[in-house]
Design a binder for this molecule. Structure first.
Ligand code: HEM
Length: 419
C-alpha cells in the first residue's frame, strides 16, 4: 500500500512544529500524533521523513537497506539537504576528526571500528570501574555540600561523567575542562538547523580537540600506559584490511568517545531526576528499596530519552509502513517517540519505575546500538545511588523545567537542587 493523497493532505497540517516552545517543553503529544498517521511523516524543511513508531524504527535501524552514508551516486543531491554541519563546506577539521566517526560508517569499516573499542566497553570490563565511579561521585557531592544549592547538571553530572570517561581513555585531569568545552561546541553543530556562528565554534573546537588528542595518541605510541588511548594507539597501522586503524581513525575515535561518553549520560540523569521530582510516589518506592536503582534507571531512560533523533539514508528504493522511499531519502528515527509507543508500553506516558522497560530504544537498536550503554548504565546507577545516600536531593527550590533548545539532545538547561 502506498500512502494516498488524502493521507498526504494530513501531512501538510502542522503536526510537527519542532521550533515551538510547546514542542521543546514536551514533544510527546506531537510524537503521539505522528504515530497515529499512516506511513512516515514527511517534514519538508529538513527534507526528511520521520519514523515515530517503535516497529518502524526497529525495522529501519535493523535493516541493511538503510545506511548512515548516503549512496555515492546521490551525494550531489544531498549537499542540498541535511544539517549545515553535514554539508560542511568550510569545516575541514570537523569533517576529518568529528564527522568521520564510526557512527557515520557502514559495513566493514563500521564493524572494524566498532571492534577496535568493543572489548574495552563490554560489560565485564566496565563493571570493574564501579568503585572508582562511586569514589568520584561521592567526593564531588561532598565538595558541593557547603553550597546549599547545586545545579545537578553542571555541578555534579558533568564533572563526574567527564572524569569517568576521561580516566577510561587516559586523558589527564588538567585537560578535562578543555574537553568539556570542545564537546559542548561540537554537539551544537548537530542540530538540523544550526547558526553560522555555532559552526565556526564547532570547527575551532574540532581543531583544538584533534590537536590535543594527537599529542596524547603520539605520546602513548611511544610510551603506552594501561588506558584506552594506549590500546587504540597500538592498533594504528597501515593494514586496515587486517583490523588495524589509521591514525586519523584513532584520533576521531578518542574524540567521539569523549563526547558520547558524557553528553547523553548527563542529560539522562537530569531528565530522570526531574521525573522523580515530579512523581513523589515513584521516588518513595525507590528510596524505600521497593524497586532497584537499575530498574529506575531503565525507566528514566525510556520516559525521557536524552537522544531523540538520529537519521539513516535509504540505500535502495524501499517501503516502510506504506510510505515509498527512494534511494538517498533521509529518515529520522525518533527514539524518544518509540519509547512512548502504546503498542509496546502499557500506559506509556506514566512514569513507572516498576514496569521493567526492557524494550526501550534510548540506546538505539541494530548495527549502531550504543557501545557505551554498559558504562552509561553504570554511571547513572552509581550517580543516583550516591545522590540517594547523601542528600534529600528531591527537594528542589521552586524549579521549573526549561529544556535546552535542541531537537536531537533532550536535556534541561539546569536543575537546581538542595544539597
Ligand atoms: C545515557 C547515555 C547514553 C545514551 C542514551 C546513548 C545513546 C546512543 C544511541 C541512541 C546511539 C545510536 C545512534 C544511532 O542509532 O544512530 C549511540 C551510539 C553510540 N554510543 Fe551511546 N549513548 C549513551 C552513552 C554513551 C557512552 C557513555 C558512550 C561511550 C563510552 C557511548 C558511545 C557510543 C558509541 C561509540 C556509539 C556508536 C555505535 C556505532 O555506531 O556502532 N554512548 N548511543
Amino acid at each position: 500500500m502506498v500512502v494516498s493523497d488524502k493521507v498526504k493532505d494530513m501531512y501538510t497540517e502542522e503536526v510537527f512544529q519542532p521550533h515551538s516552545a510547546a514542542f521543546r517543553a514536551d514533544p510527546y503529544p506531537t510524537y503521539a500524533a505522528l504515530r497515529q498517521l499512516p506511513g512516515l511523516y514527511y517534514y519538508a524543511p529538513w527534507d526528511m521523513y520521520l519514523a515515530s513508531r517503535h516497529a518502524d524504527i526497529r525495522q529501519i535501524a535493523s535493516s541493511e537497506q538503510f545506511v548512515r552514508q548516503a549512496p555515492e551516486a546521490l551525494r550531489s543531491k544531498l549537499t542540498l539537504q541535511g544539517s549545515p554541519a553535514e554539508t560542511r563546506p568550510n569545516m575541514p577539521y570537523f569533517e576529518r576528526y568529528v564527522a568521520s566517526n564510526l557512527l557515520e560508517k557502514d559495513g566493514r569499516t563500521h564493524r572494524r571500528l566498532r571492534q577496535a573499542v568493543f572489548t574495552d566497553l563490554k560489560l565485564k570490563n566496565i563493571e570493574s570501574l564501579e568503585g572508582r565511579i562511586r569514589d568520584i561521585a561521592s567526593k564531588r557531592l561532598s565538595s558541593l555540600a557547603h553550597q546549599g544549592v547545586m545545579d545537578l547538571l553542571s555541578d555534579f553530572a558533568v564533572p563526574v561523567s567527564v572524569a569517568v570517561i576521561a580516566e577510561l581513555l587516559g586523558v589527564p585531569v588538567q585537560d578535562q575542562d578543555s574537553l568539556r568545552m570542545y564537546a559542548d561546541q561540537i554537539t551544537k553543530a548537530y542540530e538540523p538547523e544550526t547558526e553560522e556562528g555555532a559552526l565556526v565554534d564547532a570547527e575551532a573546537a574540532a581543531k583544538s580537540f584533534s590537536e590535543l588528542m594527537t599529542e596524547h595518541v603520539v605520546a602513548r605510541r611511544k610510551a603506552p600506559k594501561d588506558d584506552l588511548i594506549s590500546r587504540l594507539a597500538a592498533k594504528v597501522g597501515p593494514n586496515q584490511d587486517e583490523d588495524q586503524i589509521s591514525l586519523d581513525e584513532c584520533i576521531t575515535m578518542c574524540i567521539f568517545l569523549l563526547n558520547a561518553g558524557h553528553e547523553a549520560t548527563v542529560n539522562a540523569l537530569g531528565n530522570g531526576v526531574w521525573a522523580l521530582i515530579n512523581h513523589p510516589d515513584q521516588f518513595a518506592a525507590l528510596s524505600e528499596g521497593q524497586v532497584t536503582v537499575s530498574a529506575a534507571v531503565e525507566e528514566m531512560l525510556r520516559f525521557d530519552a536524552p537522544l531523540q533523533l538520529f537519521h539513516r539514508f535509504a540505500g535502495h528504493d524501499t517501503e516502510i509502513s506504506g510510505t515509498h522511499l527512494c534511494a538517498g531519502d533521509k529518515v529520522g528515527l525518533l527514539y524518544g517517540s518509540a519509547n512512548r509507543d502504546e503498542m509496546v508500553f502499557k500506559d506509556p506516558n506514566s512514569f513507572d519505575i516498576t514496569r521493567g522497560a526492557a524494550d526501550h530504544m534510548a540506546f538505539g537498536i541494530g548495527e549502531h546500538l550504543c557501545l557505551g550503554m554498559h558504562l552509561a548504565r553504570l554511571d547513572l546507577r552509581v550517580m543516583l545511588e550516591v545522590l540517594l545516600e547523601h542528600t534529600d536531593f528531591l527537594v528542589s527550590p521552586d524549579t521549573t523545567a526549561d529544556y535546552r533548545d535542541s531537537i536531537v539532545f533532550r536535556g534541561l538547561k539546569e536543575l537546581p537542587l538542595e544539597c
